[in-house]
Each structure stands twice: as C-alpha cells, then as structure tokens.
Design a protein around this ligand. Sequence first.
Ligand code: ADP
Ligand code: MG
Length: 263
Amino acid sequence: PPLADPRPPAVVIAVCNQKGGVGKTTTTISLGAALAELGRRVLLVDFDPQGSLSVGLGVNPHTLEHSVYTLLLTREVEVGEVIDATDTEGMDLLPSNIDLAAAELQLVSEVGREQTLSRVLNKVKNDYDVILIDCAPSLGLLTINALTAAEWVLMPLECEFFALRGIALLTDTIDKVQDRLNPDLKVLGILGTMYDPRTLHSREVLDRVVQAFGDQVFHTVIRRTVKFPETTVAGEPITSYASASPGAAAYRMLAREVLARCR
Ligand code: ADP
Ligand code: MG
C-alpha cells in the first residue's frame, strides 16, 4: 500500500488588486485551468461576494446551499462538503455568493478575524498543489483574510495609465499584512492584462510598469481579446473554450512562470 502522500501542502496564491475589472477573476480561472493541465491539483476560492468566479465556471451562485460564507461564519458544514469539482479535471471550486458581503461586517467581532479563511484552508491544504484565491475589489477585511491565508500575491494590472496609482496602496497593504499578520507573504509577480499592442498608450504603460517593478513583472502579458468575455458566458476556462487561442497559450505560459517562481 502507498505510504502517506509525500506531496507538500498547497502553495496558496491570492489574486489581488483593489480595482475592479482588471482581470483577477479571469486570471484565477485561466491560470487555475492551465495549472490543472500541467497535472497540478488546483482549488479555486471565490472570495468576492459578486461570485463572478463561480459564474465563470458555470455555477449559479443563487442556488448554492453552502458557500465560503457558511465556512467563515458558521460551524454547520465541513469545507469538503462545500468544495465542488469543476468540469476541468483536477480543478475544484470553493464557491461564493452575495452572502459573503455580510461576512465583511460579521467578521469584525470574531476572535482572530483576519485568520478566518486561513483556518478554513488549512484543512484542505494537503489535498491540493495550488490554491488560488480570487479577491474582491477592495482592501477590506475579506481581502486581508486572503492575504493572511496566502503565501504569495499575484497582482493583475491592466495596461491603463491610472492603473499604476493603485499599486502603491496595494503594496502598502501587503507590507502591513506582512508586518502584523503573515510574515511569509511575498509578491509573486505583477501581471500585465488587457494589453493592446496596437496602441502606443498600452505599450507605454507596460514599459513604465517594467521600469518601476523590474523582475517582479511576469514575462507573460495578457492581451485584450473578446475571447475572455466569451468564456464567462460559456461558463468554462479559455483553455477548454478556445484551447488553441493566443489567450489560452498566454495563461499556459503564465502557469509555467508561476511554478518556477513558487519554488
Ligand atoms: P476582475 O475580477 O478584476 O473584476 P475580470 O476578470 O472579471 O476582472 O474581468 C473584467 C471583465 O473584463 C470581464 O468581462 C472579463 O471577461 C473581461 N476581461 C478579462 N480579461 C480580459 C482580456 N485579457 N481581454 C479582454 N477582456 C478581458
Ligand atoms: Mg472578479
């Protein structure tokens, strides 16, 4: 009989940027699916009350009996009962819905409020190789929970001028979490998203990001393409919806970069 599983506990990555619409959810799904293709056991955690990650994987958040909210604030269920398999082999989902919006306030009065998600994920860390947390577009208590549960932060950054401004605030929050709650937290990398090589503007922003953050910027850049909004409607990752598309290839390349950096 096989001995105990020799694989180390999951690497936990928070996909984080307090701005909405920068590609956090798309990156979580696409990167997760690309990692699963490489044989990694992946858990995606929907940590946004909007439930876009769940929707993007074909789950209707309104019909969920239990969600990540139930796990954070009640003792009704075990995490294993809330996790669901997705249609992508090797990739599971911990879904969320609008209930999670209430958690932001309800957690405030909990003991160890910042470590609540971490306590939940610790129970399944040995079942996965990678856990990706799709953060909400805020730097509130939910996101602090994600940063406390994670070892790494992946920051999607849209190639638009004002995008750069938000990075300082995010970096500041990461520093504080590192200092006070989670000394192991590190920046995995900054991912340029919504890149349009036809516009000078997009190229300039990318150049400035590389100037400012150097090696922290992933070599992979995600181009703007209508294929991504289409995947949301289809409820499946780009790696299966448009397996041969440049967008799928880019996230496969990102998956390899991520694995190389996590070591
Ligand atoms: P966030 O989670 O940061 O709010 P999303 O991943 O939901 O961002 O992306 C916001 C919108 O932009 C969605 O409609 C998504 O389909 C679309 N989108 C994401 N990435 C791209 C891309 N590279 N090109 C074009 N549209 C994209
Ligand atoms: Mg999102």
